[in-house]
Design a protein around this ligand. Structure first.
Ligand code: Z5A
Length: 200
């Protein structure tokens, strides 16, 4: 089973993934956890290019293909082998991030991005996607303490488009994508996730 977590920056994905990992550890459920972009040596090198604030000249097409390249590497090196060993795979971001950020955010053609995604993922689709919905204002408050990377520096208007994109993706994939109010407490969010996964 593959479970992905999605949302704009600071929505609480890492927090919820850590809680889920603790639960799986306690129940002795076998899993692996990855973050996108990254998680393999090659994908981490691609991550450095993508997030480096000095790389202001990256074209949106390049950005889209680099995210897909990082994903293709994780699919081959980590995700498919783990699924073949019957492990649960937890992904901090996956295909929907590309549609939300490069598609709705940057305005790249969504059909083309879906095809690039399909090429990268070799038919591996999440069974459950948790989209943690927070406002752009809340996202900026949660992130304001840290230095911003290249993607985080994209501004309010961009993140508003990304958030609306996520809501659109959730509407079109309502069996797979579960929208969770990310403004609720960590505990309430986690109990909604467990209930959807039927682990409560
Ligand atoms: N990107 C893309 O454009 N296209 C793609 O295809 C892919 C990615 C795969 C990766 O960023 C960037 O790449 C991302 C999208 C883009 N950037 N943008 N912009 P990243 O990996 O560096 O970071 P992130 O994925 O955006 O995650 P994050 O910023 O680390 O946040 P998070 O994991 O969602 O949240 P968190 O660390 O769990 O929580 C953030 C803070 O909120 C923290 O202080 C928590 O204590 C607090 N928090 C958490 N939950 C709550 C609740 N419930 N209430 C109050 N406060 C909370």
């Amino acid at each position: 089973m593959l479970i992905s977590f999605e949302g704009i920056d600071g929505c609480g994905k890492t927090t919820q993934i850590n809680l889920l990992k603790e639960k799986f550890d306690f129940q002795e459920i076998k899993y692996i956890s990855i973050r996108e972009p990254g998680s393999t040596p090659i994908s981490e090198q691609i991550r450095d290019i993508l997030l480096n604030p000095r790389n202001t000249e990256i074209a949106s097409e390049t950005e889209s293909l680099l995210f897909a390249s990082a994903r293709a590497q994780i699919i081959n090196e980590i995700i498919i082998p783990a699924l073949n060993e019957d492990k649960i795979v937890i992904c901090d971001r996956f295909i929907d991030s590309t549609i939300a950020y490069q598609g709705y955010g940057r305005g790249m053609d969504i059909k083309k991005l879906e095809n690039i995604n399909l090429f990268a993922i070799q038919k591996v689709i999440p069974q459950f996607t948790f989209y943690l919905d927070i406002s752009v204002e809340e996202s900026q408050l949660r992130l304001s303490q840290n230095g911003l990377d290249r993607m985080e520096s994209s501004g309010y208007k961009f993140f508003n488009k990304v958030r609306n994109g996520y809501l659109q993706i959730a509407k079109s994939n309502n069996k797979r994508v579960h929208v969770i109010n990310g403004l609720k407490s960590r505990e309430d969010i986690f109990s909604s996730i467990l209930s959807i996964l039927e682990l409560d």
